[in-house]
Design a protein around this ligand. Structure first.
Ligand code: ZN
Ligand code: ZN
Length: 431
């Protein structure tokens, strides 16, 4: 039987929970209340119930698969039940994972540690030896909640006992009381420090996670929204153009994770939904395209470019509001979906060039669309399918027969000419 590093961490976390849970009872509650009696038992029973729920949710978070993309899943681009289409930041195409050779459902991302795509990926968590995603997110949130509550109770009980030891010794009560053993004192000290540390660290994480749940963002979406907010604050996108589509109101957001019945929110029940479809906020025109086209244009602008006033994205050149732009057809033989764009629409968009912005890499674990998930078909190059027409001075990839850039290079500081060359060369090398 062999263990990997992740399993050792999970074993370590389990031991830490056991140590804190047991030492609180043995070295704080029992001695403080003078052994097993009605008072100590009336404290220990609820404490152990909390501890049990903590362990149960930890176990469920670890063993529940966060969610896989079903085989042959494809984004719905039209029809009555179409809600949201998430597109690549680079070229506005439906998101596709090259590594898994599969279309990505909304909110899913590829995890480089798990080496697969994960539905509604929140983050890769070494403490649970896997990803936190759609199906185990509810257990993870409950686990954090029970850690916060149990650790707070535990810390209170440990401090009460520690104060008692201090108080007894300064008032010379150990003349007639049995003095606690050195081992007992060391355990009391270790448990108090360990518990305080866990409470600070997990408390910080849970604050973040509870906030994310209440505004219906995953950790990854939170980063993306921060970028968009930054653009709004710089006046590059109008605020009312950005409608984060998953925010349904706090109550509905929480219900999406913990279930419809608030009385059962703390009960470890599966997360509702299949992780492939998500309702969008009221009042949004369907299908919702996310992220906003303004963001995609901005993302593809070369860094440090002067943006004259009239180049600030205007609705009449943004294809999002023009639903027919998103009507795509499938090129069956080649296996990808492309938009139908008329010549007139191309001319309208001709002001926008596409540049590769090898930009942010938020996390070590999750692979952004810009990095490893393009619908690049080996031997065929990129399909000529961007929603944006590339002008004469525009970045040339995407033309038929051209190679695709690999965006994981950090080339932000180079002049554009150089940038393109190095990115292209890199692409050729990877090819
Ligand atoms: Zn993948
Ligand atoms: Zn992962």
């Amino acid at each position: 039987m062999s263990f990997n590093f992740g399993q050792i961490i999970v074993a370590g976390v389990s031991l830490l929970i056991a140590f804190l849970g047991i030492s609180c009872q043995v070295y704080a509650v029992i001695p403080h209340y003078g052994g097993w009696n009605l008072t100590s038992i009336s404290i220990l029973i609820p404490f152990n119930i909390l501890l049990f729920f903590l362990c149960w949710n930890y176990y469920l978070t670890c063993i529940t698969d966060p969610g896989k993309i079903p085989e042959n899943w494809e984004p719905k681009l039209e029809g009555e039940d179409v809600t949201i289409i998430e597109v690549k930041k680079k070229n506005n195409e439906p998101r596709f994972c090259r590594t898994c050779a599969a279309f990505k459902p909304p909110r899913s991302h590829h995890c480089s540690s798990c080496e697969r795509c994960v539905l509604k990926m929140d983050h890769h968590c070494p403490w649970v030896n896997g990803c936190v995603g759609h199906h185990n997110y509810g257990y993870f949130i409950r686990f954090l909640f029970f850690v916060d509550v149990t650790c707070s109770v535990c810390l209170y009980l440990l401090c009460v006992r520690a104060y008692e030891v201090y108080d007894d010794s300064v008032h010379f009560r150990y003349w007639y009381k049995p003095y606690p053993s050195t081992f007992e004192l060391i355990m009391l000290l270790l448990a108090t420090c360990g518990d305080g540390l866990v409470l600070i660290l997990v408390g910080f994480l849970s604050g973040q996670q509870f906030w994310s749940m209440s505004v219906n963002t995953t950790t990854i979406e939170g980063w993306e929204n921060e970028k968009i907010d930054e653009m709004v604050s710089k006046g590059r996108i109008e605020k009312d153009k950005v409608n984060y589509p998953y925010h349904l109101g706090v109550l509905r957001n929480i219900k999406q994770v913990l279930g419809d019945n608030p009385w059962l929110w703390l009960w470890p029940s599966p997360v509702p939904g299949d992780g492939l479809n998500y309702p969008v906020a009221d009042g949004l025109k369907l299908p919702v395209i996310w992220p906003p086209p303004e963001y995609i244009v901005e993302k593809n602008r070369p860094p440090n470019t002067f943006v004259p006033k009239q180049r600030i994205v205007k609705p009449d050149v943004i294809p999002a509001s023009e639903q027919e732009l998103y009507q795509r057809h499938r090129r069956g033989s080649e296996g990808y979906i492309v938009p139908n764009i008329s010549m007139e629409q191309r001319e309208k968009m001709s002001d926008f060039g596409m540049y590769s912005d090898a930009s942010e890499d938020f996390s070590e674990n999750y692979i952004d669309d810009d990095e490893g998930s393009d619908d690049y078909v080996s031997g065929q190059g990129y399909p000529r399918s961007s929603l944006y027409y590339r002008g004469s001075n525009a970045y040339p990839y995407g033309e038929e027969g051209e190679d695709a850039p690999s965006d994981d290079s950090d080339t932000d500081d180079q002049p554009i000419g150089q940038r393109i060359t190095s990115v292209q060369m890199k692409a050729m090398k990877t090819e």
